[in-house]
Write a protein that binds this ligand. Structure first.
Ligand SMILES: N[C@@H](CCC(=O)N[C@@H](CS)C(=O)NCC(=O)O)C(=O)O
Length: 204
């Protein structure tokens, strides 16, 4: 059994989507960030950064307990544990890594930066607009990619789709104009939104 500590942010969504899609049994512990439940001594013992998501797998490799933070590390852990969503064909791995890293290092931090600025007490709008323009440009490139191929890393559905979807779904929920008018992204996102595991995962 795996314990999941998360909230309904894009990083929290990623961890829960991975657990659901990989079919790993887990117990969900909602963490109220506004109430500071991520800064208690018990939580900091699991992740000294005081951030969600965290998983505790009581039956990790060798039967040992594994405590893990970082949404992408959790996604990869779940994929490896279940043997799903990572291409086994070495020829497909470079495109897979590229797509996964785009979701991890461009899309997710970019969205976090935009949210941080627009939710601040005195938002500096030129900076917000600069990051929104950059994020939108990343997504426009994704739209062109989805015009040529069905999934993020090619013709195979992978962890990169799941990682990217959490960010796109979260952006759509908070700043809908960031994702509007990109028909290929919309087609891809609609397919993922219809997956029962994703629907279960997003009920925070
Ligand atoms: N790189 C980390 C980022 C985690 C993160 O930023 N978590 C946010 C919610 S999305 C959080 O817990 N924020 C509360 C805080 O920093 O106090 C990951 O991918 O898991």
């Amino acid at each position: 059994m795996i314990d999941l500590y998360a909230a309904g942010t894009s990083n929290g969504m990623r961890a829960r989507i991975a657990l659901e899609e990989c079919g790993l049994p887990y117990k969900f512990h909602p963490i109220d960030l506004a109430a500071g439940q991520n800064k208690t001594p018990e939580f900091l013992a699991m992740n000294p950064n005081g951030q969600i998501p965290v998983i505790v797998d009581h039956d990790g490799p060798g039967g040992k307990k594994v405590t893990l933070s970082q949404s992408m590390a959790i996604m990869v852990y779940c994929a490896e544990k279940s043997g799903k969503f990572i291409p086994t064909d070495p020829a497909k791995r470079p495109a897979f890594s590229q797509a996964l890293m785009s979701a991890a290092s461009d899309m997710a931090p970019g969205l976090g930066t935009i949210f941080g600025i627009i939710r601040s007490k005195d938002p500096h709008m030129p900076t917000a607009e600069m990051f929104q323009k950059r994020w939108r440009e990343y997504l426009r490139v994704w739209d062109a990619t989805f015009a040529k191929q069905k999934y993020a890393a090619g013709d195979e559905f992978t962890l990169a789709d799941l990682a990217l979807y959490a960010v796109v779904a979260r952006a759509k929920g908070v700043v809908p104009q960031l994702v509007e008018g990109l028909p290929n992204v919309e087609r891809w996102a609609a397919e993922l939104a219809a997956r029962p595991a994703i629907q279960r995962a997003l009920k925070f």
